[in-house]
Design a protein around this ligand. Structure first.
Ligand SMILES: Nc1nc2c(c(=O)[nH]1)N[C@H]1C(S)=C(S)[C@@H](COP(=O)(O)O)O[C@H]1N2
Ligand SMILES: [Mo]
Length: 205
């Protein structure tokens, strides 16, 4: 068990410093699961849901929900860090590794970035090497239950090593590209990269 700094840890109701080494600079730990959405929650029937990967790939692919459910999935327990300064430790998910999906489409060598796109129009960009090596997954369960719509259900991207705005809710696919293009928050002043351990919160950090 890691040590919890209880004496100095509480910074307000529900806010704790958290175990040493687990919480990036400037973050506090919460046991809540806040909802942060830039617009209304979209509701897509599963019969119409697809997940698609295109762009710089040899074999672009689109999976139906039924097909996606057949893909090898696993459980993940990860810490998440929101740029608004809350971190939540040991969140548990079930989903499909991006490695599994990218293997199917055969990424072109000149692809360097991934842009996630979503129902509702949200996008977010990230370097390809930040999502490969089992570092990112498309989750459809949270705490062993179907992912609630407000948290991105039926499926969302989870990229725990980057600030949580990169974890696109209601994700419907990925575009592989050579040249980086800022996504929704990245073009509104958030940092293009968003590494919580380097406090890359805003443009210029
Ligand atoms: N499609 C979509 N994905 C999104 C967002 C959004 O507005 N739309 N907000 C992002 C931000 S800023 C954060 S902090 C997390 C919040 O996820 P949560 O509502 O499950 O806590 O989702 C990210 N993914
Ligand atoms: Mo966020």
């Amino acid at each position: 068990m890691s040590t919890i700094f209880q004496s100095r840890g509480f910074t307000g109701k529900g806010r704790q410093a958290g175990p040493a080494g687990r919480v990036p600079p400037g973050q506090y730990v919460t046991s809540d699961f806040p909802v942060l959405s830039a617009g209304p929650t979209p509701h897509i029937p599963l019969e119409r849901w697809t997940f698609e990967i295109n762009g710089l790939v040899k074999a672009p692919r689109r999976w139906s929900w039924a097909e996606f459910m057949q893909l090898p999935a696993r459980q993940y327990t990860v810490d998440i860090h929101c740029v608004t300064k809350w971190s939540k430790l040991d969140t548990s998910w079930e989903g499909v590794s991006l490695d599994t999906l990218l293997q199917v489409v055969e990424v072109e060598p000149r692809a360097h970035v991934v842009v996630a796109f979503c129902d509702g129009g949200y996008t977010t960009n990230m370097p390809l090497d930040e999502v490969m090596g089992d570092k990112a997954f498309v989750a459809y369960k949270y705490e062993a239950a179907p992912l609630p719509p407000e948290h991105g259900g039926p499926a969302r991207l989870v990229v725990p090593k980057l600030y949580f705005w990169k974890s696109a809710k209601w994700v419907r696919g990925l575009v592989l590209a050579e040249k980086d293009e800022p996504g929704f928050w990245e073009s509104l002043g958030y940092n293009n990269h968003g590494d919580p351990w380097k406090e890359e919160r805003y443009h210029g950090d």
